[in-house]
Design a protein around this ligand. Structure first.
Ligand SMILES: C[S@@+](CC[C@H](N)C(=O)[O-])C[C@H]1O[C@@H](n2cnc3c(N)ncnc32)[C@H](O)[C@@H]1O
Length: 552
């Protein structure tokens, strides 16, 4: 029998997993004590609940397995080696990795893939008759499980095809649910997560009348059962399947047909929901995966926004405007940005990070606005919220500035008009003279222009406007061209999916439409002139391209 010391971790969580001991509550102390005595208890991790009845105790012992059949003998050797052979029937082992995002490629083999290793370990816990009775080979379960997954703490998000390849469907149809609960808990633990769900593409349409409801700004209309499917304008991920430890105050299928729950979620639901977190390009993001979308796939677009913003803000606005004049310091780089479909902020925050002093965002989903505010706070930025119909005056910007500068007591309902509420967190100073101020408007972007016209004189020139709704943001283009600073000009970012062969035609069409809209909005504007150019048409990702139109 090999002593367990051969299995000590080399502390390279990217390359291998460590062993977690899955034990009943009554044995936690004993197992922990034995591990500590042998200096095998991993003090850098916590003992976590695994299922209702069991806990996962982290060890520093390396998980060495290469095949499911080995798990049983490994467990027996290990328990004997650390003096716990008497608990053979009570202790299971599971692999464990750090709580990071992992994307393993298809070449990952069992020893490097913590989820496959967790499945291998779980197989050993099944009654010995189950798999043979279904004619399922253990190795087929392991090798047919996807090699990719994402961890957005505390959530392990499995790809949409997880459990779809043979022999999983057969097993899932026949296996008692307590075994599944153990499997999901083991997967979570192996990924350093506490909750598990299966991802799904965002449906293009919803069964109820969310699209129409939203367009008319009357979110309280009950869903009409006979209504034809309408576009999923809130981009609600209603296909997501929660598997384990995933609190959803309202089941996803029901929430998808409940406009008011999505537009104006009750505070208790916001508190109870699962909120996921990630950091991209140094920007923290927070969202409720059951009710709002988050796209990891827009990484390049976000990076592009971070690059594009500062170097191109070259012209000073006219004298007398906010952001101009000697008192403004570096007037050339003082600018504001607008996101007309702000969501949980993954584009809006790029502008904030890139140097925008003020970022105004609009969204009709209460879940998105909550994620936006939480994300802003996680980045150390002050964020105000404005509800539909709130009568906000210019004081809100000054109130946010005071809040940013730490004068917390002076921000009150009298100064922040309506129900606008500024974040309580004080900002970090990270080299810039001012941290950005963010304002989230919880309403249709149809109200954006009138709000912007009232705020314009108290914010720097708006140089960037983002329109990021799929399949089309066209409904916001008229607002976008008018929102851009009329003196200094700026950029309208149209974020759409375009087939690679259609990029040029689509870009020309968009520029033409923007020209027409600008001509309609501004008297004296020469539609035949050249105020727009198309940039970034070369950003082709597979068969999809993103482009921006630039207004000079
Ligand atoms: C593609 S998602 C947002 C993407 C965004 N960049 C993010 O960080 O989440 C589109 C968002 O637009 C919102 N939306 C759709 N129509 C809207 C409208 N007319 N006014 C304001 N927000 C709208 C939806 O609620 C959804 O959150």
């Amino acid at each position: 029998m090999q002593p367990h010391r051969d299995m000590s971790a080399r502390r390279d969580p990217g390359a291998s997993a460590l062993v977690s001991f899955i034990v009943p509550r009554a044995e936690v102390k004993r197992v922990k004590t034995e591990l500590e005595r042998r200096e095998k208890f991993d003090r850098s991790a916590k003992i976590r609940p695994n299922t209702d009845q069991t806990f996962a105790i982290p060890s520093s012992i390396e998980w060495p397995l290469a095949a499911p059949d080995d798990v049983e003998s490994f467990r027996a050797r290990l328990l004997e080696g650390i003096g716990l052979a008497a608990l053979q029937q009570k202790i299971q082992l599971a692999p464990r990795r750090g709580a990071q995002t992992h994307a393993h490629d298809a070449s990952s083999h069992l020893g490097q893939n913590p989820l496959r290793a967790a499945i291998a370990a779980w197989i050993t816990t099944l009654p010995s008759s189950i798999l043979p009775s279904l004619n399922i080979a253990p190795s087929a379960l392991v090798s047919s499980f996807p090699t990719t997954h994402s961890v957005y703490p505390p959530l392990l998000l499995l790809p949409a095809h997880a459990f779809r390849s043979s022999p999983w469907p057969t097993l899932l149809r026949h296996i008692p649910s307590p075994h599944l609960a153990t499997l999901y808990a083991g997967l979570a633990s192996a990924a350093g997560a506490t909750a598990v769900a299966i991802n799904a593409p965002i449906p293009a349409s919803c069964a109820a009348s969310l699209g129409a409801t939203e367009a008319s700004n009357s979110a309280d209309k009950p869903p009409s059962r006979s209504a034809p499917p309408s576009p999923n304008l809130l981009r609600t991920p209603s296909g997501l399947t929660p598997l384990h430890n995933f609190p959803s105050p309202v089941p996803l299928s029901a929430s998808a047909s409940s406009p008011s729950f999505l537009h104006r979620p009750p505070p208790a639901a916001l508190r109870a929901a699962l909120w996921a977190h990630t950091t991209q390009h140094g920007i923290a993001q927070t969202w409720a995966p059951a009710y709002t979308m988050f796209s990891r796939g827009n990484v390049r677009e976000k990076a592009r926004l971070l690059e594009v913003v500062e170097p191109r803000v070259a012209r000073s606005p006219s004298p007398g405007r906010a952001g101009a004049g000697p008192e403004a310091g570096n007037a050339d780089v003082r600018f504001a940005a607008v996101d007309l479909y702000a969501g949980v902020g993954y584009f809006a925050f790029c502008y904030a990070k890139a140097g925008a002093e003020v970022v105004l965002g609009w969204d009709i989903s209460g879940w998105s606005v909550e994620g936006f505010a939480r994300g802003a706070e996680a980045n150390g930025w002050v964020c105000g919220r404005v509800g539909e119909g709130d009568d906000v005056d210019l004081g809100i910007v000054q109130a946010l500035e005071r809040r940013r500068d730490g004068e917390e007591d002076e921000v009150g309902q009298g100064e922040v008009v309506g129900s606008a509420v500024a974040s309580k967190r004080r900002p970090r100073r990270n080299g810039r003279s001012h941290e950005p101020l963010l304002l989230a408007f919880h309403e249709s972007n149809g109200y954006a222009l009138s709000r912007i016209e009232r705020l314009r004189s108290s914010i720097p020139p708006i140089r960037h406007v983002n329109c990021g709704l799929l399949p089309s943001s066209r409904g916001s283009w008229a607002t976008a061209v008018e929102a851009v600073d009329p003196d200094a000009g700026g950029w309208v970012h149209l974020h759409e999916n375009v087939g690679v062969h259609d990029v040029n035609a689509r870009a020309d069409e968009a520029v033409g439409a923007l020209r027409t809209l600008l001509a309609a909005a501004r008297k004296g504007y020469d539609e035949g002139g050249e105020p727009f150019a198309v940039v970034d048409t070369l950003k082709v990702i597979h068969d999809v391209s993103k482009f921006s139109a630039v207004q000079n």
